[in-house]
Design a protein around this ligand. Structure first.
Ligand code: TYD
Ligand code: MG
Length: 454
């Protein structure tokens, strides 16, 4: 009899190899190759399958075959991130650091979806049912009609689900699930992949939505192979700084709605509270205008969000000055420093630079370039920017300012929060309907001259 040969799999990208090595050849990650206890599939089949798959012309699909409509849970921040409510038969992965509040969020969501009329099962492999109940009591949800299951065996869970036929299942967490046909420990790459696959196919087959919780590794990826992210319809990250009470639910992939959408919550003594006006929250700690502070009018998903960039520039005691960034991309900061030096003649050599986005927010929009430059210049020149002024615009390597999308929405949000002026790139769509005083700039050097008189 042929001996079953071992195979290996990369826990980062999911690539399979026949021998172990220190570095994955597919994605280049180190120390990610682990033994793969593959599912026993038998010898490869050379013949075609016996049954013939069915195909349907797209035009023949009638409205009756269309899936039932989405369900809103009433937590607007969650509904919006999902793309306007929960899609039936969808598979959703919610990732986040341990202790960030995933179980709290999903227990609240479970109760809300049950209230909205769905049959909901909350399967916890991390806590006993009594513990989940205690948490529910603390959250004031003890009377919610959610069924609990404290299970880790995937087969048992699937049997329960077949019998109960719920419309929504929450699996907390995918790393605690254990499939007995896979010969490796719970939490291993093969187990996570097998459990996610079984649950996703159950979702599609039985018209049940499945929300899976996934822990995140130190380097910020969902523990388990990337293939899990490809398998599901929607990937959400629940993030935030431990010291801050704000939590952000971010859609990084969504087959049924816009990616990049965020929902903002606040962790309170009685669970997560929705924050319907995040701009006010992110700017709440701002006092008098200080050097190094610039307010950016950004867009997160479909919604404008204002937040504050804070910079500190100080002479460096080190031969290699420090560049520390929280909430923004380090490479992009280096680029803006280089443009300031090359195009405006403002050097940062010999200076330590610290950049922070207030409130634990993370910004990835290039439209924030000008706000970053403004904060850096304001810190370096020790001059505060005009009060009640917002800034946005993309900076190109030539030092030119490029217009960005949704100027109108950004200005409206700023006006709503009491801002009266804005510095924006030239050439964008006019902010005709808002009463903001606009200063339009064509390049970074003009901006430096206008604001700092250099
Ligand atoms: P939890 O949902 O258990 O996190 P995760 O499932 O992501 O590991 O949240 C744990 C943290 O949330 C814990 O530090 C306590 C805090 N918390 C509150 O502040 N208020 C609450 O009402 C609850 C239930 C938790
Ligand atoms: Mg948990």
């Amino acid at each position: 009899m042929a001996k079953a040969s071992l195979s290996y799999v990369c826990s980062s990208c999911g690539a399979a190899t026949s021998k172990w090595s220190g570095r994955c050849e597919a994605c280049g990650a180190w120390n990610t190759i682990t033994e793969d206890a593959g599912i026993s599939a038998g010898p490869p089949k050379k013949t075609l399958g016996k049954s013939r798959g069915r195909t349907v012309p797209l035009t023949d699909l009638s409205d009756e075959e269309a899936p039932p409509p989405r369900t809103s849970c009433g937590m607007n921040e969650l509904d919006r991130v999902l793309g306007g409510g929960l899609v039936p038969s969808s598979a959703i992965l919610v990732g986040g650091d341990p202790g960030i509040g995933k179980s709290t969020l999903l227990l609240q969501a479970a109760a809300q979806f049950a209230r909205a009329g769905l049959k909901v099962i909350y399967a916890s492999g991390e806590e006993a049912s009594a513990q989940v109940r205690m948490r529910a009591q603390r959250l004031g949800l003890a009377d919610a009609s959610v069924k609990l299951a404290a299970e880790t065996n995937l087969r048992d869970i699937l049997t329960t689900l077949e019998a109960e036929a719920p419309q929504l299942v929450i699996i907390d967490s995918i790393q605690t699930m254990w499939a007995d046909h896979v010969d490796s420990a719970p939490g291993s790459v093969s187990q996570v992949r097998a459990a996610a696959h079984e649950l996703t196919s159950f979702a599609k087959r039985r018209n049940t939505s499945v929300i899976m919780v996934g822990h995140v590794t130190k380097d910020g990826q969902i523990a388990g192979p990337r293939v899990v992210e490809h398998m599901v319809d929607t990937v959400l990250y629940f993030e935030g700084e431990r010291g801050h009470q704000f939590r952000i639910l971010r859609a990084v992939k969504n087959r049924f709605g816009p990616a990049d959408e965020i929902g903002v919550f606040e962790m309170t003594g009685a669970g997560l509270a929705e924050v319907s006006n995040p701009s006010a929250l992110f700017l709440s700690e701002r006092g008098q205008p200080t050097p190094g502070s610039a307010v950016f009018a950004g867009i997160e998903g479909t919604r404008p969000v204002l937040c504050e960039f804070q910079a500190l520039v100080a002479p460096s005691p080190h031969s290699q000055p420090r560049r520390t960034v929280v909430g923004w991309d380090g490479g992009r900061l280096a680029m803006i420093l280089a443009v300031l030096e090359a195009r405006c003649g403002i050097p940062f050599a010999g200076l330590d630079v610290y950049l922070n986005v207030a409130g634990g927010m993370r910004i990835s929009e290039p439209a924030a370039d000008l706000a970053v430059a403004a904060a850096l210049l304001s810190a370096r020149e020790d001059t505060a920017l005009p009060a009640e002024c917002v800034v946005f615009g993309e900076i190109s390597l030539s030092g030119a300012l490029r217009p960005v999308g949704q100027t109108e929405n950004r200005l409206k949000e700023a006006q709503k929060l009491g801002f009266t002026s804005a510095i924006v790139p030239e050439g964008g769509k006019s902010g005709g309907t808002s009463d903001m005083a606009l200063t339009r700039m064509s390049d970074l050097a003009a901006f430096v001259g206008e604001i700092f008189g250099a």
